[in-house]
Design a protein around this ligand. Structure first.
Ligand code: GUN
Ligand code: FE
Length: 455
């Protein structure tokens, strides 16, 4: 049966920082969903019809679901860890937390909690790093498949400078990645990302294995980290003395290109910027993370002007919010600190169509058009008393969007549709019956580990 969503419909067809004709806004609009796809978008009066199930979201805004192109699913219990910059934060907080993902039941519980958190925050697609353990990727893909989500994910490859419990080997990382690609890539809406964590935790032999995987599977995403922190850069260059710069390490193993997603990319030389633009390699801006870890301020405008395609992402758990609204707020503030301005229309384009382009998935997600997947978010600019009070004086769409990104979080997400299904309001929430009911828990052991609270 077809469903019609009624509300104030907004979708971008071009980047507002480049083109004046960039969005379509329909005050009394409708999105018609048929079998997980969008079949029509337009005026409610023109699209209403007998036999359509109607859901009235007025006065809320209906947009394409948010896309988060850089996030770490094993860090749901790392977010909000105090007092460290990147390398100490990894060793002190992150690696111990990721070690627990050797336990399959823990991985399954966290994967389900993670995806429900994304849905709660209006995010319908993410590119996610898993832990080194293949069972963590299995858990995330299974949970995404159960929800019908378009997820990009991969187990991290890491074979040095990490605890034994988090280390694979060049051969094991290759074999496990290969098996995961065969098991999950292209299954429904799932895509595999080859994920060498970063140069510090991979030997040259493992980098070579990652390059071989990319070579053997053209079109697969590659995700990693680049030039996030000064100490990280110095350490990387000491480990790869033959490289011209940090980017050159990845370049040397054939890991650049339009499917390659480089988290952070803050401290780049002009040569690195030019090489990223030349190869179409994506830079992923992670503003809450960059401020939280004191990593630095990305020159987003400079990168964009140089022709580097740019995504914007949470980077939880170094990032401090699952919310793409809060992430846009941080991107705005990071721009302010550099004397630049991020317009709210450009911001919302970035979190939807812009990130779809960064992932190369713009033919499926990121816009509201007939034929696209029906991943949508419904935004409520009156979600809190403070928002409702400010909304009284809002006069334009851009002002409303700016209010949403400045004061909004998961409370402003009235609903999240995944492949046409309302998922935020579905019965059985994060930590509750949904993942305890056996849908995704078949492989879990009977007894939960002692440290786990019972649901
Ligand atoms: N560099 C390597 N691993 C990580 C990680 O998990 N988070 C961040 N922010 N940077 C990294
Ligand atoms: Fe990251």
């Amino acid at each position: 049966m077809k469903t019609l969503l009624r509300g104030r419909v907004l979708s971008f067809h071009a980047d507002p920082s480049e083109t004046a004709d960039n969005h379509r806004y329909i005050e009394d609009g409708a999105v018609v969903i048929d079998g997980g796809r969008i079949s029509a978008v337009g005026d409610y009066a023109a699209l209403r019809a007998e036999g359509l199930r109607e859901i009235d979201h007025r006065p809320h805004l209906i947009l394409p679901g948010f896309i988060d192109p850089h996030i770490h699913f094993p860090q749901v219990q790392v977010i909000a860890s105090w007092g460290a910059q990147l390398l100490d934060w990894l060793n002190g907080y992150t690696f111990p937390a990721e070690s627990r993902f050797a336990d399959e039941s823990h991985a399954i519980r966290m994967a389900n909690a993670f995806l429900d958190l994304l849905i709660d925050h209006g995010t319908t697609t993410a590119s996610a790093f898993c832990s080194v353990h293949p069972q963590s990727a299995d858990a995330l893909f299974a949970a995404a498949e159960a929800r019908g989500m378009a997820m990009v994910a991969g187990k991290v490859m890491m074979d040095r400078n990490a605890p034994e419990s988090l280390s694979d080997t060049p051969q094991r990382g290759y074999d496990e990645t290969k098996a995961l690609i065969a098991r999950w890539h292209g299954r429904g809406r799932l895509r595999y990302a080859i994920s060498p964590r970063f140069a510090i935790t991979s030997t040259p032999e493992q980098m070579q294995a990652a390059g071989a995987l990319a070579d053997e599977h053209p079109g697969l995403h590659v995700q990693t980290h680049l030039s996030e922190n000064r100490d990280e850069i110095d350490y990387t260059l000491s480990l790869y003395p033959g490289a011209r710069d940090y980017l050159d390490v990845y370049d040397g193993y054939g890991l650049l290109g339009p499917h390659s997603l480089m988290g952070h990319a803050i401290h780049l030389s002009p040569r690195e910027v030019a090489r990223m633009a030349e190869t179409g390699t994506r830079a992923i801006h992670c503003p809450t993370s960059n401020m939280f870890l004191g990593s630095g301020l990305l020159d987003a405008e400079g990168l964009r002007a140089s022709g580097v395609p740019l995504g914007v992402a949470t980077d939880v758990g170094a990032g401090t919010s699952y919310s793409m609204l809060q992430t846009l707020d941080a991107a705005y503030k990071a721009a302010q600190l550099r004397g630049c301005k991020l317009h709210p229309l450009a911001a919302f384009h970035w979190a939807t169509r812009g990130n779809a382009i960064a992932l190369g998935l713009e033919d499926r997600i990121g816009t509201l058009e007939p034929g696209r997947d029906a991943d949508l978010v419904v935004l409520d600019a009156r979600a809190t008393p403070a928002m409702a009070m400010r909304l009284e004086t809002v006069e334009t769409l851009a002002e409303e969007l700016f209010l949403l990104q400045t004061l909004g979080d998961d409370r402003a997400i009235a609903e999240t549709y995944v492949a046409g299904r309302p998922m935020k309001s579905r019965p059985g929430r994060c930590g509750g019956a949904f993942w305890d009911a056996g849908q995704t828990r078949a492989a879990a052991p009977a007894a939960a580990p002692a440290r786990e609270p019972t649901a």
